[in-house]
Design a protein around this ligand. Structure first.
Ligand code: NAD
Ligand code: UDX
Length: 459
């Protein structure tokens, strides 16, 4: 099976970068990315590449190379499906907010809509690829919908979960640790292997059965998040005992069985994946009656919630047990550096806890808009939107954020924060000038030497 036309449904943080790289690496394949969100598609088509809807280092260059050549962004979902040999489903699979499994299970309504739309629009045989992260055995449901449409075309379903991390998406896609493809039909699997083998060494393309592939994605995210919660649990112990969590991480990370990556203590992990995927894993385990398994993974989330809460509590306690009416400057709102994505960012929850104490928060993030900050807080529903706007302001100059602030909280590890003129910042703050570093970004004694009262996670 030779694939000449690819359609990808969903032009988000995964569909956009992933398909752009496939198009860049495979000029012989036409790739059309479609989305029902017309504004998003217009932004992907914007001639000003700084206005792409996803900020990722290196992405604009890839889009510039392939767009208009063999990479297209469109709202014509049916047309793109009909013309494709292979259809990737890369739509969102958020945690359910209603009904059975509310707050735990993945909401598969967008996936089912895609399947029904593919079934209705297809006039020739197609390979359907699950790119979204899905509960194990979702392919079974997809099969059932696709095979019962009655228009005589046949579908092969593959699972091809995406392992890119935001902020490093392009390098992860160019040089993946592995590509995972699960499927039953050998020819369909080979067709997708051939696409990746254009630029990924063949030994890095792993093939498994469908269910192993689906489950491996949830498992990978659960293991990664577990490492962060494990080191964050130790960070609290470090704060009580005089140990330094970075030193502990270095000491254990040199053990080749543990390894050095993903051991950075922080204010808590965020992002659209970790929490959602672990909750989903817990839900699945529980649905099979595996209470101990469910409980085990649930602790990763509990520890993360605790880490965010205790960061906020420490600010309140240190500021003489009241932050009411005090200005707290937030450096960073994104869930990690080098992305404009704020989904589940620790900053949102720390802000919410401080707003409950009537703090005034002033936010600076190099890539996040004021509109997004307010949308994130409003989404929590803790207080009226008007109240969020009264208590929170967003500025585009970090020195303005620090002006007359009682404290600075570092929520995201943006590199530029290191290079600020911290003397100038201190001069304009209230005294004592407190810094709460949720990323251990400035933990080199520099701030203490300048006379800040400096607190870092795990010190
Ligand atoms: P996203 O919300 O950024 O993008 C999803 C897009 O799908 C949206 O633009 C939405 O409008 C579109 N969409 C939804 N239903 C549609 C339909 N019926 N037809 C056309 N378009 C439709 O989400 P994302 O971050 O790209 O994640 C997509 C999937 O990839 C999720 O399952 C996620 O778990 C998984 N994933 C995400 C990451 C990550 O870093 N963000 C990494 C690996 C895997
Ligand atoms: C994650 C997975 O890494 C990726 O493989 C998957 O495809 C999607 O989910 P992402 O959420 O984009 O990627 O970023 P990641 O680098 O994993 O960071 C997630 C969160 O954990 C961030 O808030 C980050 O700051 C935090 N983190 C990560 C730590 O606090 N410490 C670490 O050592 C690593």
């Amino acid at each position: 099976m030779e694939v000449k036309n690819i359609c990808c449904i969903g032009a988000g943080y995964v569909g956009g970068p992933t398909m752009s790289v496939i198009a860049q690496q495979c000029p012989h394949i036409t790739v059309t990315i479609v989305d029902i969100n017309a504004e998003r598609i217009a932004a992907w088509n914007d001639s000003d590449l700084s206005r792409l809807p996803v900020y990722e280092p290196g992405l604009a260059e890839v889009v510039a190379e392939a767009r208009g050549r063999n990479l297209f962004f469109s709202t014509d979902v049916d047309g793109a499906i009909a013309g494709a040999d292979m259809v990737f489903i890369s739509v969102n699979t958020p945690t359910k907010t209603y009904g059975k499994g509310k707050g735990m299970a993945a909401d598969l309504k967008y996936i089912e809509l895609c399947a029904r739309q593919i079934a209705a629009a297809a006039t020739s045989d197609k390979i359907i690829v699950e790119k979204s992260t899905l509960p194990v055995r979702t392919a079974e449901a997809l099969k059932s919908i696709l095979h019962n449409t009655g228009n005589g075309v046949s579908f092969h379903i593959l699972s091809n979960p995406e392992f890119l991390a935001e902020g490093t998406a392009i390098q992860d896609l160019h040089r993946p640790d592995r590509v995972l493809i699960g499927g039953e039909n050998a020819e369909a699997v080979q067709a997708l292997v051939d696409i990746y083998a254009t630029w990924v060494p063949r030994e890095r393309v792993l093939t498994t059965n469908l269910w192993s592939s689906e489950l491996s994605k949830l498992t990978a995210n659960a293991f990664l998040a577990q490492r962060v919660s494990s080191i964050n649990a130790i960070s609290e112990l470090c704060e009580r005992t005089g140990a330094n969590v970075d030193e502990v991480a270095r000491a254990i990370g040199t053990d080749s069985r543990i390894g050095p990556k993903f051991l950075k203590a922080s204010v808590g992990f965020g992002g659209s994946c970790f929490q959602k995927d672990i909750l989903n894993l817990v839900y699945i385990a529980r649905s099979y009656g595996l209470e101990e398994v469910a409980h085990y993974w649930e602790q990763v989330i509990s520890m993360n919630d605790h880490q965010k809460q205790r960061f906020a509590d420490n600010i309140v306690q240190t500021l003489y047990n009241t932050v009411s009416g005090k200005k707290i400057a937030f450096l960073g709102w994104a869930f990690k550096k080098d992305t404009n994505d704020t989904r589940e960012s620790a900053a949102i929850y720390v802000a919410d806890a401080l707003l409950n104490e009537e703090a005034n928060i002033i936010v600076y993030d190099p890539k996040v808009s004021a509109e997004q900050v307010y949308a994130d807080l409003d989404y929590l529903g803790t207080r009226a939107p008007k109240e969020n706007r009264r208590l929170v302001s967003v500025v585009d100059d970090p020195y303005d954020a620090a002006e007359r602030a009682h404290a600075i909280a570092v929520l995201t590890e943006w590199d530029e924060f290191r290079d600020y003129d911290w003397q100038r910042i201190k001069d304009h703050m209230m005294k004592p000038a407190f810094v709460f570093d949720g990323r251990k970004l400035l933990a080199d004694n520099r701030l203490a030497d300048l006379g800040f009262t400096y607190y870092a996670i795990g010190e």
